[in-house]
Design a protein around this ligand. Structure first.
Ligand SMILES: Nc1ncnc2c1ncn2[C@@H]1O[C@H](COP(=O)(O)OP(=O)(O)OP(=O)(O)O)[C@@H](O)[C@H]1O
Ligand SMILES: [Mg+2]
Length: 291
């Protein structure tokens, strides 16, 4: 029988007078991937930071059946929650291996007899990190940096892995590779809360999904059902329609490239409608407009 690992109720968080999260209700079953999709500024990172304890919040957070909302960030780390933040936050002037070893801190603190035994597992999951173990983290490619950030979190052997937009700024092939590994982790029993703007990729890999808009959960359901929901398709899986974006509804009648020769031409069908229609990918993320 499935068991709820994480249950968030009536969670609110604010920055000064501005409330960024309003009464969030969310559950994650043990051994599942739940994804939270939503546009820029919806409150996705705020949600992860509140669960991690990096940001004050109101409401209830039950983790493994225990209320943790009053515990410190450090206690939450020790209890097996790991966050891979949007900015990766690696130590650029340290080697890949040293960055990974730092991730073993939790197990050192817990007095584990072999706190760094996860290194072999991480290298098995990400052979590229093993090849580059002596390379400085600051010289890694974007995809490798994301692998290192996830690998470092895995060094703690977490029970709950929270990923904040692992696809951010990465080529589709690398996104696929990384999400494939996330699915593999879930298949081996890990529970994952995956925040994504790349709704298509996230819903392909997740078991359950939430749509977060303006700090509120506006929709939820099995990932397959959400991926087939007309509103979700229109807003998140179709073409770019965000207000203020020069690509707004421009999948037809393009008279020129509003962004000139930026690399997002490759992925934004609003600029390259033929590519979009052929691949049926929809607009993943316009890096310039951040749709
Ligand atoms: N440190 C801060 N101080 C004030 N407001 C903030 C702060 N961090 C975030 N916000 C605001 O809170 C809201 C939610 O931001 P958040 O970063 O959680 O969104 P997001 O969904 O993660 O967006 P993105 O997809 O761009 O990462 C936004 O309106 C943002 O401007
Ligand atoms: Mg964010």
């Amino acid at each position: 029988m499935s068991e709820i690992l994480l249950e968030v109720s009536q969670l609110c968080a604010r920055y000064g007078k501005v409330e960024a999260l309003h009464n969030i209700q969310l559950q994650l079953q043990r051994g599942n991937i739940a994804t939270v999709i939503g546009p820029n500024g919806a409150g996705k990172s705020t949600l992860l930071n509140a669960i991690m304890g990096a940001l004050p919040s109101r409401g209830q957070i039950l983790y493994q059946g225990r209320a943790i909302e009053r515990t410190s960030l450090e206690q939450r780390v020790l209890s097996g929650i790991a966050l891979v933040p949007e900015r990766r936050e690696l130590f650029s002037s340290m080697s890949v291996e040293d960055n990974l070893l730092l991730g073993g801190f939790r197990r050192v603190r817990l007095g584990h007899p072999q706190p760094l035994d996860q290194l072999a597992t991480v290298f098995e999951l990400f052979p590229r990190l093993k090849e580059r173990r002596t390379q400085l983290a600051g010289t890694l490619s974007g995809g490798e940096r994301q692998m290192l950030a996830i690998g470092r979190a895995l060094m703690a052997k977490p029970t709950l892995l929270m990923l904040d937009e692992p696809s951010l700024g990465l080529a589709p092939r690398i996104v696929k590779e990384i999400l494939h590994i996330v699915a593999e982790l879930r298949n081996n029993g890990m529970s994952v809360l995956l925040i994504e703007q790349n709704a298509r990729a996230a819903l392909q890999v997740a078991d359950y999904g939430y749509v977060l808009e303006l700090g509120q959960i506006s929709m939820q359901g099995a990932a397959v059902a959400l991926a087939n929901n007309e509103q979700v398709i229109q807003a998140y899986l179709g073409f770019a329609k965000a207000a203020g974006c020069p690509h707004k509804n421009t999948n037809q009648n393009i008279t020129g490239d509003p962004h000139e020769k930026t690399d997002h031409q490759v992925i934004c069908p609003a600029v390259d409608p033929a590519a979009g229609q052929q691949s049926d990918r929809g607009c993943r993320r316009c890096r310039r407009c951040r749709i």
